[in-house]
Ligand binder design. Sequence first.
Ligand code: AMP
Length: 191
Amino acid sequence: MKLLFIGPPGAGKGTQAARVADRLGIPHISTGDMFRHHVSTETDLGLLVDSIMKAGEYVPDEITVEMLRERVAEPDAAGGYILDGFPRTAGQVAALDGLLGEDGLDSVVVFDVDEDALVERLLGRGRADDTEDTIRNRFKVYEEQTAPLLGIYGERGLLVHVDGIGEMEEITDRILSALSTQNSEPTTDNS
Ligand code: AMP
């Protein structure tokens, strides 16, 4: 199964992607985690993306797509995976379509969360790229570049909306049950 988790910064998608991937026995692929690993181990890529991440901007598509392409080609990804934080731009959607085909994803899980709750959650997280200015900019970039992806995947009938407010365990169960409901529905003929 190939899933994409999408939602505004701080919606809890990373935590939930890791938990759901664990329950489904498939890898959790987070481009944010991969970039953070490059930064902390001071690779060339890490040195390049550090200031971009600190500003709350997106890493250029060419770099992100190449990193993702290599990751999904690894043997553990052969049976499916959860993509967390990729694709995030229309260009990345096109690149993913090129890799998987337009019908490559099974579902796109969307986190619905109130913005005030998110800012509070992010300020409490204490990550290096969680200053108030960065948070504000990440929201703006999300609205401009990533929110439009919901239109693309919505047209393909892939969206599964999940209420992202609540206890961590409860949200994991919500996601798993929403996915099993979606997958047991008869598929529509798009031809
Ligand atoms: P995340 O952990 O998903 O919130 O990602 C943290 C930061 O990594 C983002 O604010 C971007 O700077 C960068 N990043 C992660 N994934 C992507 C992506 N798909 N495209 C561009 N930049 C990304």
